[in-house]
Design a protein. Structure first.
Length: 609
C-alpha cells in the first residue's frame, strides 16, 4: 500500500521544509516597547535634569526663588521666615455685638514656615507632568508649607476670646419668704451670651496669617440652656407645687415637719441637662432640719486635751450621725417632684467620723507640761479684752510634729467687727491707739513659752523700745500687716498650747514630751542712750510722759537634750531705741514771746533794724 502519512512538523513551529521568517519583520510590538523605553528614559532624564532647582519665575510670599537650588531657596525663605515670625498678625473680633482687636505673634503662637519642606517641594525631581511643564513653561506664585502647633495657637487666642466672652445668664426660679411666712416664686429671666470659638478662630488664623492681617474672627451668640418660655412655664409646673405644703423628713427613728418658709430658700428651679428642674441646697436643708430638731443629727466631737492640774489628759472622740447633704437634697427633690409628690423624704443617717481620733491624739505623746510663762496685765480694760479675744484663738491649738504655727494666721486680723478694741500700740516709735492694741503682750508671752520649751523659733521681732514688764531681749511685737510670730514644733511629739488670762496675768503653757532642758542667759546693757523730749504740733499727736532708756542686749538660749547629747546655743541681739517723752505742741524754746500792744499814751517801740 502506498504510504499516506503526512510529514511531521518540526518543533520550531514552521512547516517542514519551509523557510524561516526574517527577524524584526513580523513583531511590531517590539518596536512599540522599544519606543516606550526610549521615551520613559527621556522623561526620567528630563525630570532629573530639570529638578534640583525651582522653576524659573517661581515666587514664594513675594520672594523670587526661580532657578535657585535647594540651599538657595532655603536661605531665601529662611530670611522671610525670620521676618514673619516676629511680625504681629492683627486680629479683629466682630459678630454678636462684639468689637475687639488683638494680635498674635507667630513665633509665640505656634506658627512657622516649613522652609525645608517648601524647598524640597520646589526643587525635587519633576516626576509629575504638571511639575515638568512648570519647569519648561515657567513657574508662578507658590504657597509655602507651614508648621502649626495647634495647642500654642489656641493658647495665644484664648485671651482675646476671654475678652469678648459674655456668659449667658441662665434663667432660674428662686423663692422669697415674706414676714408672714408666705412663699412666692421669683423669676430670673435668661439672657443670651457671646463666645468666640477658639478652634474656628485658629482655622481662620492658619489660613490667613501669611497675608499679615488684619484677620476677622466671628463671635457667635451663646444661648442659655433653657429659654425664657421654658423658665416661665416652670414657675407653675415645678416651683409652685414644690412649696405648696409642708415637707416631712424622716430618718434615724426621728421625723421632722418643715413648713415651706423653712425649706423654700434652699430650693430653686434651674437648668439641668437642658431642662428646667428642681434643685436643692443640701447644706441649707441640713441647717433647716437641725434648727427644727437639734437632735435629728449629732455632730462628731474631736478628741481633745483637758489639763487637770498640770497634767494633760485625752478626752476621747465621739462619732456623729448625719445625713450627707447630697443625699438629703436628692431625697427632698424626689419627694417634691415625684409622680405624685409624696412630700415625705426618707433619709438614712450615716456615721460621721471626727477629724481627730482618740488613738491619733494619744499617739502624739502630749503627756506633760514642757514650759509655761506669764506676764502682768495693765489696767487698760480695752487692752485686756483684746488679749482675751486673741488668746481664745490660740488656746487649744494642737501642733503635730514638724507643723508650723503663725500667730497672725491663728488670731486673724484685729478689727472692730471681730470684737477688737482700740488700745495703745507702738507705731513709728510712739504709742498711738489702734485696734488690737495689747496683742503684742500675748505674742511676748507666747515667745517665752516657745523659748523655754526648746521649740524652733522661726520669726519674731522685739518692740522698738524696751517695756519694763517684759524680760529684756525676750519679747515679741506683732502687726497684722508686716510682723508675725512663728515657730515650728521640732520636738518629735505633739504640742498642745494653752493660753488665757489667769488673775492679773497672761499665761501661755506648752504641753508635750520634754525633749530639751533650757537655760536663758543675758548680757549686760551696752550702747545706752537716754531719752529726750519731742515736741509735736501735728493734728494726730498723742502725748506720752513715759520714758525709757535705749540700749543693746544679747540673750542666749542654752539647750541640752533630755537624756544627754550635744548642747545647743542660740543668741539674739536686740537694739532698743530710747522711748522719748512726747509733748503735743511747739517747743517753748523756739516760740518768740508776743509783744504787748502799746497803750494809747505810750508810743510803740520800733525794732532795731
Amino acid at each position: 500500500m502506498p504510504n499516506t502519512d503526512k510529514p511531521a512538523q518540526q518543533e520550531t513551529g514552521r512547516p517542514a521544509g519551509g523557510r524561516a521568517p526574517r527577524p524584526w519583520t513580523r513583531r511590531p510590538t517590539t518596536w512599540v516597547g522599544l519606543g516606550v523605553v526610549v521615551l520613559a528614559g527621556g522623561y526620567c532624564a528630563a525630570a532629573l535634569a530639570l529638578g534640583g532647582q525651582a522653576p524659573r519665575g517661581t515666587t514664594v510670599l513675594g520672594a523670587d526663588v526661580g532657578g535657585q537650588d535647594r540651599a538657595a531657596v532655603e536661605q531665601t525663605l529662611g530670611e522671610r521666615a525670620q521676618q514673619l515670625a516676629t511680625t504681629p498678625v492683627a486680629l479683629q473680633v466682630t459678630g454678636a455685638g462684639a468689637s475687639a482687636t488683638g494680635e498674635v505673634v507667630p513665633a509665640e503662637a505656634g506658627l512657622d514656615l516649613d522652609v525645608a519642606g517648601t524647598a524640597e517641594r520646589l526643587t525635587g525631581p519633576a516626576w509629575a507632568p504638571a511639575d515638568l511643564w512648570r519647569h519648561v513653561a515657567g513657574g508662578a506664585a507658590e504657597a509655602p508649607e507651614v508648621d502649626v502647633d495647634r495647642d500654642a495657637l489656641r493658647s495665644a487666642l484664648q485671651p482675646l476670646a476671654d475678652s469678648v466672652a459674655v456668659a449667658p445668664v441662665e434663667g432660674a426660679v428662686t423663692f422669697d419668704v415674706r414676714e408672714d411666712g408666705a412663699v412666692e416664686p421669683a423669676l430670673t429671666a435668661p439672657e443670651e451670651g457671646r463666645a468666640l470659638d477658639v478652634d474656628a478662630a485658629a482655622d481662620t488664623v492658619v489660613r490667613g496669617w501669611l497675608d499679615g492681617g488684619p484677620l476677622t474672627l466671628e463671635a457667635a451668640v451663646a444661648e442659655p440652656s433653657v429659654d425664657a418660655d421654658g423658665i416661665s412655664a416652670a414657675v407653675d409646673a415645678i416651683a409652685r407645687p414644690a412649696v405648696a405644703g409642708d415637707l416631712v423628713v424622716a430618718g434615724g427613728g426621728r421625723e421632722v415637719t418643715l413648713p415651706p418658709a423653712a425649706f423654700a430658700r434652699s430650693l430653686a428651679v434651674r437648668p439641668v441637662e437642658g431642662e428646667a428642674a428642681l434643685v436643692a441646697d443640701g447644706a441649707g436643708l441640713q441647717t433647716a432640719l437641725t434648727a427644727a430638731d437639734p437632735q435629728f443629727e449629732t455632730a462628731p466631737q474631736d478628741a481633745r486635751i483637758d489639763i487637770v492640774g498640770e497634767t494633760p489628759q485625752v478626752v476621747p472622740a465621739v462619732a456623729g450621725r448625719a445625713v450627707p447633704p447630697q443625699d438629703l437634697a436628692r431625697a427632698v427633690t424626689g419627694a417634691l417632684t415625684g409622680a405624685p409628690p409624696t412630700r415625705r423624704a426618707e433619709v438614712e443617717l450615716v456615721e460621721s467620723a471626727p477629724q481627730l481620733s482618740t488613738e491619733e491624739l494619744q499617739q502624739l505623746g502630749i503627756v506633760e507640761r514642757i514650759s509655761t510663762f506669764a506676764t502682768n496685765l495693765t489696767a487698760n480694760r480695752a487692752r485686756t479684752e483684746n488679749i482675751r479675744i486673741a488668746a481664745g484663738h490660740v488656746d487649744g491649738t494642737i501642733l503635730r510634729p514638724g507643723e508650723e504655727f503663725s500667730l497672725n494666721d491663728t488670731v486673724g486680723e484685729r478689727t472692730p467687727e471681730r470684737g477688737f478694741n482700740r488700745a495703745p500700740v507702738i507705731s513709728g516709735g510712739r504709742l498711738v491707739d489702734d485696734y488690737g492694741g495689747g496683742v503684742s503682750q500675748l505674742s511676748t508671752t507666747l515667745f517665752n513659752a516657745v523659748f523655754f520649751a526648746g521649740l524652733d523659733e522661726i520669726e519674731h521681732r522685739p518692740h522698738s523700745f524696751y517695756i519694763s514688764r517684759y524680760p529684756e531681749g525676750r519679747e515679741a511685737t506683732i502687726d497684722w500687716r508686716t510682723i508675725d510670730n512663728r515657730f515650728r514644733n521640732d520636738s518629735g511629739h505633739g504640742v498642745y498650747v494653752q493660753a488665757g488670762i489667769v488673775g492679773n496675768q497672761v499665761v501661755v503653757s506648752m504641753y508635750g514630751t520634754r525633749f530639751m532642758d533650757v537655760e536663758a542667759r543675758k548680757s549686760a546693757r551696752r550702747n545706752v542712750k537716754p531719752p529726750r523730749t519731742i515736741y509735736d504740733t501735728s493734728r494726730g499727736c498723742t502725748p506720752s510722759s513715759a520714758t525709757a532708756t535705749g540700749f543693746t542686749v544679747d540673750v542666749t538660749r542654752v539647750m541640752t537634750p533630755v537624756g544627754g547629747g550635744e548642747q545647743q546655743r542660740e543668741t539674739w541681739t536686740t537694739v532698743y531705741n530710747p522711748e522719748n517723752r512726747v509733748v503735743c505742741g511747739p517747743d517753748p524754746a523756739t516760740v518768740r514771746p508776743s509783744t504787748p500792744a502799746p497803750s494809747p499814751s505810750t508810743p510803740a517801740e520800733t525794732p532795731a533794724q
